[in-house]
Design a protein around this ligand. Structure first.
Ligand code: RB5
Length: 148
């Protein structure tokens, strides 16, 4: 039988390093295979160095979805959203994560690590993982994102 375990790439800069470890454990406990692209310490780093590898995997279809963390979530989202077909959403609450999936079909979750506690971050992650895209009128709008 072929394994159907989904592999999720995850990356952060130094500001997201500690919360990334929490989410790596959460993803593993939920049964996902996790690819931690770094960073691997609290030493100062540059967020695009981790946003691009994760977003690239989603862009080329090597991963269905990915997770990124930085201090505000903004730098990671700017870099990830440069990739064709990537819809990286900054979510700071489970409600935003739900909307990012239902309305925007977000395939990369970005967490503002300096503004979240571990329990909230885990709740955001679980909501994003479990919420399907609503389609319908939202599909039309998402399709227009690529039509530049
Ligand atoms: C790092 O100090 C910080 O600038 C970074 O984590 C992120 O918030 C950038 O958008």
């Amino acid at each position: 039988m072929v394994s159907t375990v989904e592999r999720i790439p995850i990356g952060s800069d130094h500001a997201g390093f500690e919360l990334k470890a929490v989410l790596v454990e959460e993803l593993r406990s939920l049964g996902f295979e996790v690819e931690d692209v770094g960073t691997h310490s609290t030493a100062s780093t540059d967020y695009p160095d981790f946003a691009h590898p994760v977003a690239h995997e989603v862009e080329v279809g090597e991963a269905q979805r990915g997770v990124l963390l930085c201090g505000s979530g903004l730098g990671m989202s700017y870099a990830a959203n440069r990739h064709h077909g990537v819809r990286a959403a900054v979510a700071w609450s489970p409600e935003i994560a739900k909307l990012a999936r239902e309305h925007n079909d977000a395939n990369v979750l970005v967490l503002p690590a300096r503004f979240l506690d571990a329990e909230t971050a885990k709740a955001i992650l679980r909501t994003w993982l479990d919420t399907p895209f609503a389609g319908g009128r939202h599909q039309r709008r998402v399709t227009k994102i690529e039509a530049t």
